[in-house]
Every structure is written in structure tokens, then in C-alpha cells.
Design a protein around this ligand. Structure first.
Ligand SMILES: Cc1cc2nc3c(=O)[nH]c(=O)nc-3n(C[C@H](O)[C@H](O)[C@H](O)COP(=O)(O)O)c2cc1C
Length: 161
């Protein structure tokens, strides 16, 4: 057993967000997925406030040295996730880590607030590969932008650049 952010994990392997669909895998493998789950925690695909269709195909392209992807974060949005996905993911035998993305600190705060109230959710992962629509800065590329996610923009200081 190891401790990760205060969560007890059986081993150190977890999936990358969006690379393993546990709901589809349960449909394919049935309860064997639950009795023999491959990861020590399940990291969800990114959830946004509003539903997203994602990008048109091709979304994946194989290369000699690997692949590139441009999926576009299709998801049901916060309400759809809470209604349809969360109850199914709560049946997994491992802690659930929900990945969220917003295009402003307020959006992120709303997502974090909504999931923070749910006992089914052990932790949150922030997808910060998104520009802040208010400042135009890429959240994860600017330390000030990333730090500003700790408080909604209504109280956050104006970024210096
Ligand atoms: C098909 C696919 C879908 C992905 N979807 C998401 C996603 O929804 N949210 C996210 O934060 N990262 C997403 N990622 C990124 C992965 O979680 C991971 O960060 C990336 O594959 C790099 O992993 P590595 O650092 O282990 O190489 C996706 C990656 C792939 C290949």
C-alpha cells in the first residue's frame, strides 16, 4: 500500500486521463473488470461545465515513433457526468480521481466545488492545458495563471502579463 495525496493505493500505477474508458470496459468485460481492476485508482476523462462534442475525425494518427491525438475533450458536461457516469464509476473497486477543465478560474471553482461535495470522488486532477478566456493566457504554461485557479477571478489579482 502506498499513500498518494493522502489516498491509499494498492500500487503506483494509474491510467492517464482519457486513455481508459472504465464504463466501456465494464460493458466489454463485465464484472471481471471490477474484480480484477488494472489500476490502483481510476482517473476520469476531462469533465467540463458544458457538454462538448470533441473534434471531428481523424482524432488519432499513428506515427513511427508513437501517435498523436486531437480528441477535443468530448464529454457529457458536469450535469451529464453527475447523472450518468458518476454512479457507474462509483462502483469501481478503487479510488476515483476526477479530471476537470475550465476556461476561467470561476469555471474551475464551480467544477471543483461540485465534485468536492461528492463522497464518491477521492481527488481531483486539474487539466490546465486550456487558455483562460478572460486573460488569454494558457493556464498551465504560466505559473501565475495556474496559481490563480486557487481563487475565483472576482477576487484574483490581475495577471501582470
Ligand atoms: C486518446 C487520449 C485521450 C486523452 N484525453 C485526455 C483528457 O480527456 N484529459 C486530459 O487531461 N488528458 C488526456 N489525455 C492525455 C493523457 O492523460 C496523458 O497525459 C498523455 O497521454 C501523456 O501521458 P504520459 O505523460 O504518460 O506520456 C489523453 C491522451 C490520449 C492519448
Amino acid at each position: 500500500m502506498i499513500s498518494f495525496c493522502g489516498i491509499g493505493l494498492e500500487h503506483p500505477i494509474v491510467n492517464g486521463s482519457g486513455t481508459f474508458d472504465a464504463i466501456a470496459a465494464r460493458r466489454a468485460f463485465g464484472d471481471a473488470l471490477v474484480t480484477d481492476f488494472p489500476f490502483a485508482a481510476f482517473v476520469s476523462k476531462t469533465v467540463t461545465l458544458a457538454p462538448r462534442e470533441g473534434n471531428p475525425p481523424p482524432r488519432l494518427w499513428e506515427l513511427g515513433a508513437g501517435m498523436i491525438n486531437s480528441i477535443g475533450l468530448p464529454n457529457k458536461g458536469l450535469d451529464g457526468y453527475l447523472e450518468h457516469d458518476l454512479p457507474q464509476l462509483a462502483e469501481l473497486p478503487v479510488p476515483l480521481i476526477v479530471n476537470v477543465m475550465g476556461s476561467s478560474a470561476d469555471d474551475v471553482a464551480r467544477l471543483v466545488g461540485a465534485f468536492g461535495e461528492r463522497d464518491e470522488v477521492a481527488a481531483l486532477e486539474l487539466n490546465v492545458s486550456c487558455p483562460n478566456v478572460q486573460t488569454g493566457l494558457l493556464m498551465g504554461a504560466d505559473p501565475g495563471e495556474t496559481a490563480a485557479l486557487r481563487q475565483p477571478s472576482s477576487t484574483a489579482p490581475t495577471p501582470s502579463r
